[in-house]
Design a protein around this ligand. Structure first.
Ligand code: SF4
Length: 546
């Protein structure tokens, strides 16, 4: 066992195709490969028949318990030569999904023994096999509590160490092994995943005293990954993807991002932005990389600096504070939020109690309430309507947060109109065109889907409302920041997935979700467009081109 473990740790200097046979399996050309465990080899329930190739017996032993009866674990043999021969045989096999699982050498200093590298692609330098479902597998492994990285894996003909191995880092590879590229290529169009548990790293090389402990740690990680591999195969299959149209960025979000970009272009970093410019982690992270500094309060902005107000708007008190501090403020408030502010001021000036239908704590709501603090009341539910105590029941008006669920907001508004028949409504709908259109579109795809996925961040109100809209249509729906958030269990037995994205979610995220799902099997992608949008808002004068 110890001898075999040493072999599993890394890359003994063995010429291709002449490595020792895996003990217990046999020898010679025909016994490179053996079924170790195995079940019937029949298709996993609701998924594809899984074959797991583990180059060495200890690796096969490690993953076997988690694979169970739904898949087959094979010892595919150590080294490039065996991997090539096994790859040729695998091409003729009728498996539905292929996993290559084993230990591997880490190529970057931040990897530690026991870390799992899920390959985004695997290459031998000539042929590259993409593993598009890697984000799904990596996300599931992280939720299982395992340390996971996703990136390229490179397969080489012989053991590399020292500077030679370091050179492999240049293409961006995270891990190196002797087999994956040739085995994974055998999958062809079928779902394929490659997972390598790090057994040695640049800091803890194979010849270090800690090599045995590192190898054991890697095998423990492989063992823990086994059930997740099984779930990955169960989620594999052919699917239809229905894209809701419209989805993703609205005109207000486009404008807000462009404002920050233009300020960055004009004056260079840092550019301070009060609150998240829009509620999306990808947008915020991208702008941070480019020099935006997001702060919660103006007190964090140095005197005289430039500050951008987010798309959700600010109260007059914030504007006054910025002016008092001599800050160079650029306002990225969406014009449709500004419209609600204007209505609040107008109704309040005319002596109305202004009920704002919205969600407590949301930045847009805080900004709007700040327009007339003494004359406004937040109304979240119909119960809140019953608690309103206007001085003059004949002078009640109501407004809405722009990103509410249309049905729910209307329910509260109708109760308010019942209680105060003279209640003044906003001049035009406060719930904006983008919110309304995306809810209609997600309802349309939900009607044809078994599952709806909505791209958006957890603090995005309009994205959350899309999830609720789909759920109200009777379909399980989930908010995801990206493909890594998709739980594999959601997909088992699901043949049609509806996909939408909140107004603050970048279109690229939808592309990533589609690509990841396509890694689980053939997909037919259709779009259901309920309306098209052509709205564009002009930029504030501070950033308009001269
Ligand atoms: S969701 Fe509506 S209100 Fe919010 S930024 Fe987009 S267009 Fe403006």
């Amino acid at each position: 066992m110890t001898a075999r473990m040493a072999g599993a740790d890394g890359f003994p200097e063995v010429p291709p195709g002449e490595g020792p046979d895996v003990a217990g399996v046999g020898s010679g050309e025909d016994s490179d490969v053996a079924g170790v465990a195995s079940g019937s080899g029949s298709a996993a329930a609701g998924g594809a028949r899984l074959v797991v190739c583990a180059p060495l017996l200890p690796e096969a032993w490690a993953v076997r318990p988690g694979i169970g009866e739904g898949g087959e674990v094979r010892v595919s043999g150590y080294g490039a030569g065996r991997a090539r021969r096994q790859g040729e045989r695998l091409r003729q096999d009728t498996f539905g999904a292929l996993v290559v699982a084993g230990t591997g050498g880490g190529l970057t200093d931040d990897l530690r023994p026991g870390d799992l590298v899920v390959a985004s692609e695997v290459t031998d330098g000539t042929t590259t096999t993409a593993c598009p479902s890697a984000p799904l597998l990596a996300g599931e492994l992280r939720r299982a509590g395992l340390p996971v990285r996703t990136g390229p894996v490179v397969s080489v003909d012989r053991f590399r160490h020292g500077r030679e191995r370091a050179r492999l880092v240049h293409p961006g590879a995270l891990a190196v092994d002797l087999e994956s590229a040739w085995l994974a290529a055998a999958a062809g169009e079928r779902p394929v995943a490659v997972i390598r548990a790090i057994s040695d790293t640049p800091r803890r090389p194979l010849h270090s005293p800690a090599a045995l402990a590192s190898g054991l740690r890697a095998l423990r990680s492989l063992r823990a990954a086994g059930p997740v591999l099984s779930r990955w195969a169960a989620a594999a299959g052919q699917r239809r993807l229905l894209l809701a149209g419209p989805r993703s960025f609205c005109a207000g979000v486009d404008r807000a991002i462009e404002i920050v970009e233009k300020v960055l272009d004009r004056q260079g970093p840092p550019v301070y932005v009060r609150k998240q410019i829009v509620h999306n982690t990808h947008v915020v992270a991208d702008l941070e990389r480019r020099g935006a500094v997001f702060v919660d309060e103006l007190s964090e902005v140095p005197d005289g600096a430039c500050v951008v107000f987010s798309a959700h708007g600010v109260s007059p008190a914030v504007r006054q504070e910025a002016a008092r501090r001599g800050l160079n403020a650029v306002d990225a408030t969406c014009p449709l939020v500004s419209k609600v502010h204007v209505e609040a001021r107008r109704f309040a000036a005319e002596g109305y109690l202004v009920a704002l239908i919205g969600h407590a704590g949301h930045e847009e709501v805080e900004g709007t309430l700040g327009e007339a603090p003494g004359a406004m009341a937040l109304v979240e539910t119909t119960d809140d309507v019953a608690r309103l105590r206007p001085k003059d029941p004949g002078k009640v008006a109501y407004l809405m947060q722009t990103t509410l669920a249309v049905d729910e907001a209307e329910e509260v508004a109708s109760v308010l109109r019942e209680r105060f028949p003279a209640a003044r409504a906003p001049g035009s709908d406060d719930i904006c065109y983008a919110t309304t259109n995306r809810q209609q579109a997600v309802r349309a795809v939900a009607a044809e889907s078994d599952l709806v996925l909505v791209a958006g961040s957890a603090n995005s109100s309009n994205s959350l409302r899309l999830v609720e809209t789909a759920e109200r249509a009777g379909v399980p729906a989930h908010l995801i920041d990206g493909p890594a958030d998709i739980e594999l269990g959601w997909l088992a037995g699901v043949s049609t997935v509806g996909i939408s994205a909140g107004a603050s979610a970048p279109p690229a995220v939808v592309g990533q979700i589609v690509a990841a799902l396509a890694g689980l099997g053939p997909v037919e992608v259709n779009e259901r467009v309920t309306t098209t949008e052509s709205i564009h808002f002009s930029l504030p004068k501070e950033v308009r081109s001269p």
